[in-house]
Each structure stands twice: as C-alpha cells, then as structure tokens.
Design a protein around this ligand. Structure first.
Ligand SMILES: Nc1ncnc2c1ncn2[C@@H]1O[C@H](COP(=O)(O)OP(=O)(O)OP(=O)(O)O)[C@@H](O)[C@H]1O
Ligand SMILES: [Mg+2]
Length: 263
C-alpha cells in the first residue's frame, strides 16, 4: 500500500533549478534510499517531503492527501506523522538530551502527561543506547551519539514515516552498522517506512529496499530501484561510479581544471 507518492516535483532556489521531474512512490514498511552526489538536492527533497519548504511544482501525497494543497490544519495533522533526523542532528543545545527527545511528544502527543512523556523518552533513549546520557547536553556528546540522540527524537512518537538525512555520516563502521540494525529494528517494531539519504555503500546495500538517484549535472533523477539492483544493472556512468566506485564520467568540456600548486 502506498504511503507517500511524489509526482513531478520540481525543486528550485529562486531562479536556480536544483531538480525537476522527481517522481516516486514509497510503500508502507519500505526503506527507501535517496542517493546522489553532494549538492544534488537530497536534503532539499527531504524538506519538501516533511512540509518545511514548498516545492516549485509537483505534489507530495501522503495517504492520498496532497500535502501542499491541504489547509493548515490538515498539514499540521500530517506533520505529526513525520519523524525527521536532520543532517546536522539539529538538537537544541540549551536542552538536555531527555528534553530534546520529549519535544515531539509535547507537540504531537497531547494525550500524554509529563511522566508518560518522560518514560517514553527514556525508553527510546534505551533503544539507541543513550539511557545513561539522558541528562547530558548535546555539546557533551560525540558526533555519533548526537546522531543517535537525533534518531531517538525522530522515533519518539513512533511516526509511520521516518526521514533520516545521512544518519551514519561520520560514524565509524561499527557504529554505522549498529545504526543500520537500529533502523531495521524500528521498521520491524513499528512498521514505519523509512526514507534515508546516504553515501554509505554498505548501509545502502544492507538496508534499502528501493531508491532513487538524483543527478546534479542533468538535474533530474537518472535511476530508480534498490541500490543492490542498481549496482548489478545500472548503465548510467554516474550511478556506476557512485555504487561501484568505477571511474566517474569525464567533466564537461570547458569545466575548470584544478591549477597545480607551485610554491
Ligand atoms: N537555503 C538555500 N538557499 C539557496 N540555495 C540553497 C539553499 N539550500 C541549499 N541550496 C542549494 O541547493 C542545492 C542542493 O542542496 P542540498 O543541501 O539539498 O544538497 P544535498 O544533496 O543534500 O548535498 P549534501 O550531500 O552535500 O548534503 C545546493 O546546490 C545548495 O547550494
Ligand atoms: Mg544534504
């Protein structure tokens, strides 16, 4: 069953086109990868999906409801269904980890009292192995711990759609594998669909069921499918360079060449 349908999305900043013709569907319980080189528009696409920034054109339909055409009340209701881990983790520095994780519960779970919210926040911190750090501030945590705290905040309300922007970037391979296992575990436990942006090939191959590849040069998607299927069958040289570390396509004629350093 389709949870999210993106149709003919166009992404721009002012006059500058970032991507056009972006269409895909995400089924319930699917782990969906957004792939592509730096600056191709992956984080911007996530912002269009979670209602933080309207696209220049196209639609984002969630459970049959067109988000950007819906009224404020319907949009607010839909936003309660999204759990987002930002690329920078985006924790509030003046709040403890526990307070950060309680925030979405205060916003979206009005039926819970304070004690219930705290108990729930401690439970998700346990899942991400940060129970002992509940009273720490974000500045007291390592990069990987911040990512896990951001993940705890994103999953606190058990949203049916979880969006993760480079959850394992900057993590060592063991922490990265743990994070993958955690994402699989969350999907198993809650039945959530997960949209994640990643450059980490082991993660992409291990957990993604489906995906899309955005190309910065042509400014439109150049491949659809699971990363492992694309690894085995993609023909586009940019996709092959990304997934198989093949020689990348040559830079366009006239592109600036690096100038050798002469002391
Ligand atoms: N607020 C903004 N105003 C203007 N341009 C922006 C803004 N945010 C992003 N861009 C531009 O849009 C393009 C896509 O940015 P985005 O952050 O979505 O890329 P990305 O694929 O997530 O890259 P990375 O892999 O490096 O995180 C980039 O060229 C960037 O310069
Ligand atoms: Mg990004």
């Amino acid at each position: 069953m389709t949870l999210l349908a993106v149709d003919g999305l166009e992404m721009r900043f002012g006059e500058r086109l970032i991507q056009t013709g972006v269409s895909f569907k995400i089924e319930k319980g699917t782990i969906f990868a957004i792939m592509g080189g730096s600056g191709c528009g992956k984080s911007t696409l996530l912002r269009h999906l979670v209602g933080l920034q309207p696209p220049a054109a196209g639609s984002v339909t969630y459970n049959g409801l067109d988000y950007w055409a819906a009224d404020d009340e319907a949009q607010a209701k839909l936003r309660a269904a999204f759990g987002m881990l930002f690329q920078s983790a985006a924790l509030w520095s003046s709040m403890t980890i526990l307070e950060n994780v309680c925030l979405p519960l205060e916003q979206h779970k009005k039926e819970m009292d304070e004690a219930q919210r705290e108990a729930r926040a401690r439970e998700v911190l346990e899942w991400v192995d940060l129970a002992k750090f509940a009273d720490y501030y974000p500045s007291d945590l390592s990069g990987g711990m911040k990512k896990r705290a951001g993940l705890a905040r994103a999953i606190a309300t058990e949203p049916p759609l979880l969006l993760l922007d480079e959850p394992s970037a900057g993590l060592d391979p063991i922490s990265s594998k743990r994070l993958d296992d955690l994402v699989l575990d969350i999907r198993e436990r809650t039945g959530a669909a997960v949209v994640f942006v990643s450059h980490e090939l082991p993660s992409l191959f291990a957990i993604a069921d489906d995906g899309i590849f955005l190309d910065a040069d042509s400014k439109h998607p150049i491949a659809h499918g699971s990363p492992s299927a694309l690894r085995d069958s993609a023909t586009h040289p940019t996709v092959r360079a990304f997934l198989m570390r093949e020689e990348p396509p040559a830079a366009p004629a006239g592109a600036a060449k690096p100038v050798p350093f002469t002391p």
